[in-house]
Design a protein around this ligand. Structure first.
Ligand code: ACM
Ligand code: ZN
Length: 531
């Protein structure tokens, strides 16, 4: 029985077994420590600890710590600041608080020695801010929760068909005209033709981050050792750009744009035009130099705000049908001797990569960037299963695994009779927890290309910040533990008990979590419909 199950009782004492992610090793000892706040001894840079961690990869050396709780004192040892920070997160969890500044809710700690370090450097969460806008306050709060779980990356999906969410000084119309839609509800909006309206339109819904907002988020995350990676989508998922910069669409879709304005146009259930010779507004034109000029100017401003080594350039789900009939795209293909539109997409991504590299940064893209040939220095984020990730590793590229079957937190986490509408597959906590990114087919000498794991919260069916927390927790706990803890330490039944305690901690701090105590489990009817 875990001590914290007796929350609120005078007898409560915290054990190291409560910590998420599960530490590498825990040595329990007899006795208890009564916490006062004055007993902490921190040591960094000792030869002894360097020796103890000598065989670890560099990122693990940096994050490694030893936390020793004895009757009279608490001591932390680490190679540097990061390890001390992680030790403090473990201690915070035992003390039942979110932040070091908060008052502990449990001051009786079981004596123990924890030795711990991360399994992977990349332990991420992606938050989609386009489908529904997420407030700055929400993002700052999730950084607190992520830090407590020792996560290392917050990936912000900042642009998509539903709205452009970042202030760009050179193109103010992006936020003035493409950050709001005529109604709140996403499903209503897309069924009625996906119409964006200018900021300030009565009854409209939307939002965007100013550069100051984003700088504040980045700076706050940095204090919690979390890297914020911005994503600017291209060439697909870019319909909002055409709202203001129509000329960046292919010539073949300009006709569609005109038809989009016609309320009588025949549409499919997804709100797309249903006429021969028309295309969904989606991909930027790969033939026009103006497209690259626009993206480079945008990316320059993105890189000015986000110091991240990685810039995510999207790359997923480009339709490319319009490229086949666009005179500019066809001319580009002819000039370069390209035979397929996949090769044209590869040209697109490589050209952007060259630009981003010229600024001293690197690109990450969804696994579709493998099509037609991978850009030389790209990191791949594998979402359609792990196959793309495995292929990229075999080509000596770095990879983050985020297969939708395990890591998509927009899916149903419980029987649909017990939770609101979600994206249509069943991905409960147990499924997310069962994922191991280190597929046995990866040769040992290439394992260093596996950077880690990420959970993704797409937001089509996540209308509010509070609902977003409900979708994130507890499944983000599983992502955090998969990214940090040794695979051989994972045990779902024990994890689930810890997850309930961790939920209690988040709930006590005002987070809206999906309550595992109410989980119904396996759906009793199919949940395969998407939308
Ligand atoms: C994705 O889910 N389209 C990356
Ligand atoms: Zn084109």
């Amino acid at each position: 029985m875990l001590g914290a199950l007796m929350i609120g009782s005078a007898a409560r004492s915290a054990t190291p077994q409560e910590i998420i992610p599960a530490p590498v090793s825990i040595q329990t000892r007899t006795g208890q420590h009564i916490y006062t706040g004055d007993e902490l001894v921190i040591r960094t840079g000792t030869k002894a600890f360097a020796k103890k961690t000598a065989d670890l990869p560099d990122f693990a050396k940096e994050g490694a710590y030893e936390l020793k709780i004895s009757r009279n004192r608490i001591s932390i040892e680490a190679n540097g600041e990061l390890g001390v920070f992680y030790a403090m997160q473990s201690l915070n969890i035992m003390l039942g608080r979110m932040n070091v500044e908060d008052k502990p809710t449990c001051t009786t700690l079981e004596c123990c020695t924890i030795f711990d370090y991360p399994r992977f450097p990349y332990r991420g969460l992606m938050i989609d801010t386009s489908r529904y806008f997420r407030s700055k306050k929400f993002l700052l709060r999730q950084i607190d929760a992520m830090a407590l779980m020792k996560m290392s990356v917050l990936h912000l999906h900042l642009t998509d068909d539903e709205g452009w969410r970042m202030q760009i000084d050179r193109y103010p119309r992006l936020t003035a005209e493409a950050s709001h839609r005529w109604c709140f509800d996403w499903d209503t909006w897309r069924r009625a033709g996906r119409r964006l309206v200018p900021e300030g339109t009565p009854g409209s819904y939307g939002g965007y981050y100013t550069k100051d907002d984003l700088r504040e988020i980045v700076a706050y995350a940095e204090t919690k050792h979390i890297l914020v990676i911005p994503e600017i989508e291209m060439p697909g998922h870019s319909a909002e750009v055409f709202k203001t910069y129509t000329e960046l669409a292919c010539t073949s879709v300009l006709h569609s744009i005109e038809r989009q304005k016609d309320p009588d146009a025949k549409r499919t259930a997804r709100g797309e035009l249903d006429e021969p010779g028309t295309y969904r507004l989606w991909d930027l034109c790969a033939g026009k130099d103006a497209t690259f000029e626009f993206l480079e100017n945008v990316l320059d401003e993105v890189m000015e705000v986000f110091p991240s080594k990685y810039i995510h350039i999207g790359g997923d789900e480009a339709i490319k049908k319009a490229w086949v009939e666009c005179k500019d795209c066809q001319k580009r293909m002819a000039d370069l001797g390209l035979e397929t539109v996949d090769e044209l997409q590869s040209y697109f991504i490589k050209r952007i990569e060259k630009f981003v590299n010229s600024r001293g940064r690197s690109i990450i893209g969804w696994n579709e960037i493998l099509k037609g040939g991978l850009a030389p220095n790209a990191t791949v984020m594998s979402w359609r299963g792990i196959q793309g990730g495995l292929e990229a590793i075999s080509q000596d590229h770095d990879v983050v695994m985020t297969p939708e079957q395990y890591c998509y937190l927009d899916r149903y986490q419980d029987n649909p009779d017990n939770c609101p509408r979600a994206f249509g597959t069943y991905v409960p906590l147990k499924k997310t927890y069962s994922f191991d990114p280190a597929d046995p087919s990866i040769p040992k000498e290439k394992l260093h290309h596996l950077l880690g794991v990420q959970g993704n919260l797409w937001a089509e069916f996540v209308p509010t910040d509070s609902h977003a927390e409900y979708m994130l927790y507890p499944r983000a706990f599983a992502i955090a533990e998969t990214g940090w803890s040794p695979a051989e330490n994972k045990d779902y039944d024990k994890f689930r008990e810890r997850a309930i305690l961790f939920e209690d901690l988040l709930k006590a701090n005002g987070y809206n979590v999906f309550d595992l105590r109410t989980e119904m489990g396996e759906p009793t009817r199919p949940v395969t419909e998407s939308y």
